[in-house]
Design a protein around this ligand. Structure first.
Ligand SMILES: *[C@@H]1O[C@H](CO)[C@@H](O)[C@H](O)[C@H]1NC(C)=O
Ligand SMILES: *[C@@H]1O[C@H](CO)[C@@H](O)[C@H](O)[C@H]1NC(C)=O
Ligand SMILES: *[C@@H]1O[C@H](CO)[C@@H](O)[C@H](O)[C@H]1NC(C)=O
Ligand SMILES: *[C@@H]1O[C@H](CO)[C@@H](O)[C@H](O)[C@H]1NC(C)=O
Ligand SMILES: *[C@@H]1O[C@H](CO)[C@@H](O)[C@H](O)[C@H]1NC(C)=O
Ligand SMILES: *[C@@H]1O[C@H](CO)[C@@H](O)[C@H](O)[C@H]1NC(C)=O
Length: 507
């Protein structure tokens, strides 16, 4: 089974709900009555949970908390919290949950992998699965109600920022999944983020690291209106909540697929294991399995090891769009790009500039726009000018790819050796794409001839290699020039009638 790697035709991070006039009126009228009532009721149950959940671990030492909770604390509190969480969702309109298939026991499958991930309302799955443990961000542990529940569930907490905590979480996961029944079952959303459900995005390897059997679980919302989804763009969570609670009821179906036992190769290679389970679940859903992932703030597509920002949402495209919005005309943008390139080439000046300097080079007068552009490329106050100029120039349409590659190659081959090493190649690709590249090993291997990545070899691979020529043709396409106006308005540009994202110029 081949994967549909991610052509942006299936952009998974945008969900918009189109309502007819009648539906809108109905949702408004019902909503005015139902929404406050339901939210209030749910809040009351939530509050009860908040009061009760901490009792479960009350008085336990840190050491005891690090072990699975047993005895009366389990059998007494577990059903109460189960019923209360069911009550929360019942109040929100999930009157019944249809269950297909059989949930595997803890020893058959220590982990349930659930997809597609649609919104926070997916948490309802915890009820028919008897409150398994989850993995969550440590930031959430300090949230009022959620924090108490995460504690209750003895969740594994990971901090995004701290690599140490990531390591600790991986070892905790490993311990729990291989404990042979000592720890309760776990539940994970391997996609790691919510999508519009049109495709499955790449599975994160977490659930598959231990190489234990998993049970794939499909989550369907078979409703006339797809109200529950809440994604990176489009519907917000308040709209999703309003639109869902203003329906008389909302259908949900949980489908347990047979337990998946990994092959020896899959046990050795968690990403192969994750990919195979993804394909299996996608086939069961009848949708494509793709290589989209969310990397930092941006949705990206994985292609040949490279991370490619999904069209219209990459830092260079947003930059270009901001420049046009700021009132710059095409010749001014072109001149600013040329000036940036000159400045990068003059060895006497540092390539790192502050937001202010960037603003003055770009001819942007207001400090806010300059700061926004800076923040697209970098987490701190300064930015590597090479990234801004090459990536924006690449999609601007003012320069040929060949000439930019030449410029970029020389910028990164700062010692003039005529070849790049892994680090400088990663820098160059990151600068051309306007997005950090952490995995260029495949590209490096393809482009290296006699251990040398020369400009000529790199150009050859990027223009003729089956995978990498797509990077140039599809992701570095100078479409924004003629669409300077269109990309100012992402929501409209992204959707054509059938909800797919497409390239204006080629069609
Ligand atoms: C439902 O959500 C959509 C956005 O996806 C919004 O335009 C619409 O107004 C919402 N409906 C109601 C009744 O709020
Ligand atoms: C932990 O279990 C509670 C109890 O039902 C559930 O409502 C809650 O969502 C779980 N916590 C998380 C973060 O999933
Ligand atoms: C944890 O917090 C993040 C944002 O920080 C949020 O997107 C996510 O849904 C939260 N998870 C839970 C289980 O509450
Ligand atoms: C819920 O599912 C049933 C069929 O299983 C369907 O007839 C009904 O219209 C669905 N409800 C909504 C609100 O879409
Ligand atoms: C790097 O990319 C290759 C594909 O080119 C992939 O097979 C490999 O798993 C990636 N490595 C990491 C650490 O992501
Ligand atoms: C959606 O529209 C695009 C471009 O208009 C077209 O190429 C594609 O075939 C359409 N897809 C479907 C499923 O209709």
């Amino acid at each position: 089974m081949e994967k549909d790697d991610c052509h942006p035709a299936t952009h998974p991070f945008i969900h918009e709900l189109k309502l007819t006039r009648a539906q809108r009126i109905r949702s408004l009228v019902l909503g005015v009555v139902l929404v406050p009532l339901r939210v209030l009721l749910a809040a009351v149950f939530f509050l009860l949970m908040w009061l009760i959940a901490p009792l479960r671990t009350a008085g336990l030492s840190a050491e005891e908390r690090a072990r699975p909770i047993k005895g009366w604390r389990r059998w007494f509190f577990h059903p109460i919290i189960c019923q209360l969480s069911r009550a929360v969702f019942f109040s929100l309109g999930f009157l019944w949950v249809r269950v297909k298939g059989r949930r595997a026991g803890l020893k058959e499958a220590p982990v349930l992998v659930v997809a597609p991930h649609s919104s926070f309302l997916d948490m309802l799955i915890l009820c028919p699965t008897q409150l398994p443990t989850v993995v969550s961000r440590s930031e959430n542990a300090s949230l009022p109600v959620i924090g108490a529940l995460l504690d209750f569930n003895q969740s594994v907490l990971v901090s995004r920022k701290d690599p140490e905590s990531r390591k600790k979480a991986v070892s905790q996961l490993n311990e729990r999944l291989t404990s042979n029944g000592y720890w309760p079952q776990m539940l994970m959303f391997p996609e790691g983020t919510t999508t519009n459900g049109k495709v499955l995005i790449k599975f994160k390897p977490g659930a598959f690291l231990a190489g234990v059997p998993v049970q794939p679980v499909l989550l369907h919302y078979p409703n006339k209106l797809d109200t529950v989804r809440w994604t990176y763009r489009g519907t917000t969570w308040t709209e999703a909540l309003w639109n869902t609670t203003s329906q008389l009821y909302t259908n949900m179906t949980v489908e347990f697929l047979p337990v998946y036992n990994p092959s020896p190769e899959e046990k050795e290679d968690p990403s192969l294991y994750a990919d195979n389970v993804q394909k299996l679940m996608a086939a069961a859903l009848g949708i494509p399995a793709t290589d989209f992932v969310m990397e930092g703030r941006f949705p990206v597509c994985k292609l040949g090891g490279l991370s490619l920002p999904v069209e219209l949402e990459s830092p260079p495209r947003e930059t270009l769009s901001l420049l046009y919005k700021h009132g710059l005309k095409e010749p001014e943008v072109e001149a600013a790009l040329k000036e940036m390139i000159d400045r990068c080439q003059s060895r006497s000046q540092e390539s790192t500039v502050s937001a202010e300097e960037l603003g003055s080079i770009l001819g942007v007068t207001d400090g806010e726009t300059a700061a926004t552009i800076c923040s697209l490329f970098s987490k701190d106050e300064s930015v590597d000018l090479r990234q801004v100029c090459l990536s924006v120039a690449a999609i601007s349409g003012f320069f040929s790819f060949k000439s930019l590659l030449h410029t970029g190659f020389n910028l990164f081959d700062s010692e003039g050796k005529g070849s790049l090493n892994a680090q400088t190649l990663s820098g160059l690709m990151g600068a051309l794409l306007g997005f950090p590249q952490h995995n260029i090993s495949q590209l490096y291997t393809e482009a290296a001839s006699e251990g040398q990545v020369t400009e000529e070899n790199l150009l050859r691979v990027l223009t003729t290699h089956q995978t990498y020529q797509r990077v140039v043709n599809e992701y570095l396409r100078p479409e924004a020039l003629l669409d300077g106006k269109t990309i100012n308005n992402n929501a409209n540009a992204v959707h054509n009638g059938n909800g797919s994202l497409h390239y204006k110029k080629s069609e």
